[in-house]
Design a binder for this molecule. Structure first.
Ligand SMILES: NC(=O)c1ccc[n+]([C@@H]2O[C@H](COP(=O)([O-])OP(=O)(O)OC[C@H]3O[C@@H](n4cnc5c(N)ncnc54)[C@H](O)[C@@H]3O)[C@@H](O)[C@H]2O)c1
Length: 335
């Protein structure tokens, strides 16, 4: 069966990597994106590919989204205001996109014979876990930010659609991403720390012993594809943590990894920072159910980024701050 996949938010950090990955597999890719971060450059590499189509537009606009859905076999929902800081800064836009817009999208998808709808959620939903417990998919959710609260709300809605829709949703709770992509985000821990230490900047690390899981963008693409190919009975209406046990790291462990490359990079530490999240996650379910294990370690990600930095590929990050991080948007939530 020919797969024509709509990537909603396909020009972002994960979406631009996923676009190339899917095109290489022979899928047709349609990307709908509002280019909130001046990320036009993420579309350019694919423009001459006959299997690629780009639609500029706002997924909260019903006309735009209905049009984008015509003829597609699968939908991957990546779009949104991504991260705690940007949702805190723009709560109205966050409500409009991350809640109302996505709810409307999952309603519009119904009745079209679409096979797979993959919703990208986050391990941030686990919030703050005290002790050494590994959170599996059944673990209590404690979303601390507006960002995670929206994800939890959409998850709940999707899981309640069993028997009411003609498609098969899958919820993927992603670890925090690292790895090279056209829209390289440096507001994510591994890449932020690696760049800061490479430049010997004064890096202040809050709550160094807090845990998080991490995963390479390329591994995310592989996981999404495995979910696309898995039988409905294995993945439909299921939640999966996506990452690998090997990449559960404390911030201190990331620093130690980078220090093996740059031993003299200065790092300062402080307790009781602004972000209390602490969670270690179990990835047994996705491994057992569809055989997904990540190929890349945090160390691989540090190493590939250091090599790109040394080749001057990211010399303009400070001048292009908003392209390289989710800091500011121009978006009217009244539209
Ligand atoms: N990056 C991570 O570490 C991470 C971790 C867990 C989950 N996720 C999830 O993965 C997905 C992608 O994350 P990312 O890091 O690529 O984010 P990103 O911010 O780089 O990309 C989001 C894209 O969505 C687009 N977008 C936003 N609002 C839109 C709208 N109204 N209409 C059309 N397009 C719109 C933006 O222009 C951007 O290109 C998100 O759903 C995120 O919650 C990411």
């Amino acid at each position: 069966m020919e797969r024509i996949v709509l990537l909603v938010g396909g020009a972002g950090y994960i979406g631009s990597e996923l676009t190339g990955y899917f095109l290489n597999l022979g899928y047709k890719v349609r990307s709908l994106d509002l280019l909130l971060y001046e990320n036009q450059v993420c579309v350019y590499p694919f423009l001459l590919n006959k299997n690629y189509e780009f639609i500029y537009g706002d997924m909260t606009d019903e006309g735009v989204t209905s049009n984008a859905l015509i003829g597609v076999t699968d939908v991957v929902i990546l779009a949104g205001l991504v991260g705690d800081p940007i949702t805190k800064k723009y709560p109205q836009a966050s409500q409009k996109i991350n809640n109302d817009g996505i709810l409307n999208l999952i309603r519009l998808v119904n009745g079209r014979g679409i096979k797979r709808v993959v919703f990208l959620s986050t391990c941030s939903n686990y919030g703050l876990i005290t002790g050494d417990t590994l959170a599996d998919e059944e673990f209590e959710l404690k979303p601390l930010s507006l960002y995670a609260k929206s994800k939890v709300a959409i998850e709940k809605e999707l899981l309640g659609l069993r028997g009411k829709v003609d498609y098969c949703p899958v919820i993927l709770r992603f670890a925090t991403a690292f790895g090279l992509s056209t829209r390289m985000r440096f507001d994510l821990t591994v890449s932020e720390f690696t760049r800061a230490m490479y430049l010997k900047k004064d890096l202040l690390v809050y709550d160094a012993d807090t845990w998080r899981p991490y995963c390479h963008v390329r591994d995310f693409s592989r996981a999404i594809n495995m979910v696309m190919l898995a039988p409905d009975a294995h993945v439909g209406f299921e939640v999966f943590n996506v990452g690998g046990d090997v990449n559960n790291y404390t911030k201190q462990m990331i620093i130690n990894e980078i220090k093996t490359f740059i031993p003299d990079a200065p790092v300062r530490y402080q307790e009781k920072g602004p972000d209390p999240r602490n969670y270690r996650v179990s990835f047994s379910k996705i491994k057992g159910r569809i055989g997904f294990i990540p190929e890349y370690t945090v160390r691989d990600g540090v190493s590939e980024l250091l090599s790109a930095l040394s080749q001057h590929l990211f010399d303009k990050v400070d001048e292009r701050r908003n392209f390289h991080g989710n800091y500011e948007i121009e978006y009217s939530s009244n539209m």
